[in-house]
Design a protein around this ligand. Structure first.
Ligand SMILES: Nc1ncnc2c1ncn2[C@@H]1O[C@H](COP(=O)(O)OP(=O)(O)OP(=O)(O)O)[C@@H](O)[C@H]1O
Length: 247
């Protein structure tokens, strides 16, 4: 099996006496969606912040794409190809959908696009490609401030895709969505794992069960189980601590 794209080893983080991350080890492998689930206050956001680089662990290590990134900041990790979406949004409300995607295309291309006459054509091809992939082709001219909640989520995914990341960290993509929105987002995320593996933090269990190749369950800062959806659903400890009748 190839090396994991992202690997946490024994990560610990305390806030005073509270152990928000208690010796957490988990990995994200090429081609997979790995869901991180757990009750409110289990420590999911704290873990995501440490993965993204906005919060430093007290101990333990984080490797990304073969490098030890434990002491790198969030922007350095983003430059290495770690795309985090949803809780920190890069969408500019006054720009159109196309302009927002173009921002991400240009950020990815750096200066190279500005140096060629064909730059505009190449950039608009890219914008069209990513918009098409998330189903926003007919919304390119709409202002980001005017589009619906679900469309904004899709725009954020298009922007993340345009950065050609090596891994996605998606923080509750289904939050605030109704049944139809959840089902549309599930269909959209499903093939994304082929572009880059996804660490998915999500409360919507139907979406998690439909999408995840593996699930890790976090309770009081500790991973109590990691396994396939079937293994997690029948794990007595998980049922007792979190899933209950939902399993
Ligand atoms: N900066 C902080 N200072 C003190 N305590 C914190 C801080 N950040 C988080 N906590 C505590 O750490 C624990 C884990 O919080 P965290 O937000 O990571 O959980 P979560 O699983 O993301 O919850 P939710 O699903 O509700 O978002 C909670 O008890 C929370 O109160």
């Amino acid at each position: 099996m190839s090396d994991p794209v992202l690997e946490l080893r024994d990560v610990c983080k305390s806030f005073g006496a509270l152990k928000a991350s208690d010796h957490v080890s988990l990995d994200l492998r090429a081609g997979e969606i790995h869901a991180l689930i757990g009750p409110n206050g289990a420590g999911k956001s704290t873990l995501i912040a440490q993965i993204a680089g906005s919060l430093a662990p007290d101990s333990g290590s984080i490797h990304f794409d073969g490098q030890d990134v434990t002491h790198l900041g969030a922007s350095a990790r983003a430059r290495l190809g770690l795309a985090r979406s949803f809780q920190i949004s890069a969408v500019v409300p006054g720009f159109t959908v196309a302009q927002n995607i173009l921002l991400a295309v240009q950020a990815r291309a750096g200066r190279s696009y500005t140096m060629w006459r064909k730059a505009d054509d190449m950039a608009s091809d890219q914008v069209a490609r990513w918009a098409d992939m998330v189903g926003l082709s007919d919304r390119l001219g709409a202002a980001a401030s005017d589009i619906a909640h679900g469309e904004r989520r899709r725009l954020e995914i298009a922007m993340a895709l345009a950065m050609r990341p090596k891994a996605f960290v998606l923080d509750e993509p289904m939050a605030g969505m109704g049944t139809e929105g959840v089902s549309a987002m599930t269909s959209l995320l499903d093939p994304l794992r082929l572009q880059a593996p996804i660490l998915l933090v999500e409360h919507d269990m139907q979406a998690v069960f439909a999408l995840a190749d593996r699930v890790s369950v976090l309770v009081y800062g500790r991973i109590i189980a990691t396994g396939t959806v079937a293994q997690i659903r029948r794990d007595p400890l998980v049922r007792q601590a979190y899933l209950g009748d939902e399993a």
